[in-house]
Design a protein around this ligand. Structure first.
Ligand SMILES: [Cu+2]
Length: 191
């Protein structure tokens, strides 16, 4: 019996090993870049049930950049004593997806489910200096760089992908990548 269980555990470990590659690398840009795997033809991912959040604190969106999987609901909390507004002028440059969530006071949260992939520039019409970004990734494979520009995307199944790097104020860049076990992809962004 024990041997039988061990055989199952061992084969489960082998299966999970084949599906848990890591894509890692460095983005040549200031910290705060987003790296994600672009849409994979033939692959659909269920909407995550876990919400993400972007706070409004100290007259700023916090964190300033949030990356989520397509289909994720983002909760926008207002932690300031003044009212804030949240709106965006489009999603991924598509102005038809502009939306105004309204204006609400301290302690209240409004939520929005981001069903379309793309970059969402988040603004507040009360405070023009407030600016944030929601990056909606078409896949669950995404990461943000650390202060040194390093990133790590975990649990990526083997396959052929396009990896995209995004940074506020820079041109996004992409790289094709064959993942078979762990893979490396360094990306350079330019203005
Ligand atoms: Cu505001």
């Amino acid at each position: 019996m024990i041997r039988f269980v061990l055989a199952i555990v061992t084969s489960a470990m082998l299966i999970s090993a084949a599906y848990s590659a890591t894509i890692s690398g460095k983005v040549a840009a200031p910290g705060g870049s987003v790296v994600y795997v672009d849409a994979i033809p033939g692959s659909k991912f269920p909407s995550p049930t876990k919400h993400a959040s972007m706070d409004q604190a100290g007259l700023a969106f916090s964190p300033r950049v949030v990356v989520v999987q397509q289909g994720t609901t983002v909760d926008f909390l207002n932690s300031d004593s003044v009212s804030h507004n949240v709106f965006w002028t489009g999603v991924g440059g598509n102005k038809q997806l502009k939306h105004n969530l309204g204006t609400w006071p301290q302690g209240e949260t409004r939520s929005f489910k981001f069903d379309t992939p793309g970059v969402v520039p988040v603004l507040c019409n009360v405070h023009p200096e407030m600016s944030g970004f929601i990056v909606v990734s078409p896949t669950p494979y995404f990461s943000q760089t650390d202060s040194a520009g390093n990133y790590k995307i975990e649990n990526v199944p083997d396959g052929s992908y396009t990896v995209i790097a995004w940074h506020e104020g820079m041109k996004p860049t992409s790289k094709k990548l064959a993942v078979s076990g762990d893979a490396k992809a360094d990306l350079a962004l330019s203005k």
